[in-house]
Ligand binder design. Sequence first.
Ligand code: FES
Ligand SMILES: [Fe+2]
Length: 380
Amino acid sequence: MTQTGPAALLRRLAQRVEGKAPGPRACRHEIPVTAYSDPARFQRERQRLFRRRPLVLGHASQLPAAGDALVWDWLGLPLITLRDRQGSLATFKNVCRHRGMRLVQEQGCTRLRSLVCPYHQWTYGLDGTLRNIPRQEMFTALDADTLGLAPVATEVRHGLIWVQVEGSLDLDTHLAGLGEDLDAFDLADYHFCEQSVRSVQANWKLIQDAFLDAYHVTRLHKDTVGQFFPDALAESDLIGDHTRSAVARNEIEEAPALADEELDLRRHATFSYTVFPGSVLVFQPDYPAVISLFPQAPDRTLFVHSMLTREPPKSEQERDHFRRSFKLIDEGVFAAEDVFVAVGTQRGIDSGANQALLFGGLEEAAVRFHEIIEREIADV
Ligand code: FES
Ligand SMILES: [Fe+2]
């Protein structure tokens, strides 16, 4: 049977170990530095890629119970995603319909019974409907049914919360088949465990570039995870606008002797998915990481990293253990290495030393990612 999807990519890596499949060819591409620094371009990217396309907000298990809410201004407008008493997740503009005050003040996860505006205490239910107006008799021609919170398109699919601020959310078109891969990794069965939100002084694409490049793995990560990988043995495919990448782990040496069904998506390679435009899912051996980037300025990005686990922690001791593995990757690998080079590259770009950044044959997945962005933000 011919394999497709992640299994086929893994087989290709195994064939390369045996010399039965060709590796990438040498090439040279240039990305002009203005792609990472031009303010007008940044506004186009934010508008067209981050407001008019579905984004991964996180894993649905982060908000398991009625009233669980995530308050997030990460796209530059006040939003709240919450679970109602029927169990549905929805996103609203976190803004009162009376005189426009921001409703819930604290950022991040919280639990609510209702949403009460601090200004005049108009009160909204968890489903966004307007429930109470103090001194309502003093308003004429006021129809509470039309004054529910402004909804923002939201859908849960493959365990992830997808949100689109403008336009209608067409997830099937956006996913273009990616869902089958996410199901192959049982993404919906995982549990949210830990999260960090950090502000990074770098263009969002520099962070994506770092996740699309297997060239650096044994080099930049030489003192941490680099030792688990052979040098730049990687394959990638496009799924619609998304990228499926697999970087072979040292265990790939076993693979040529194994039957297709014995190849293991987590043991023989580390798979990652660049979910266009701003997210990355990394299926590491310890835990799957969900990373979502929210561009704030040409040179500033919010980096939101969540850890998922197979089971919720059963004890404080287990929670501590999960926290330690999260910290090891979050701080020791992502912040200290991948984000570190994004920040350093932004400094390099701002120095004027280079007119363009160079990409070779081991970095073509990043070049393809940039080509998709160019197509998406081009004026038609
Ligand atoms: S602005 Fe919210 S109750 Fe008046
Ligand atoms: Fe890396």
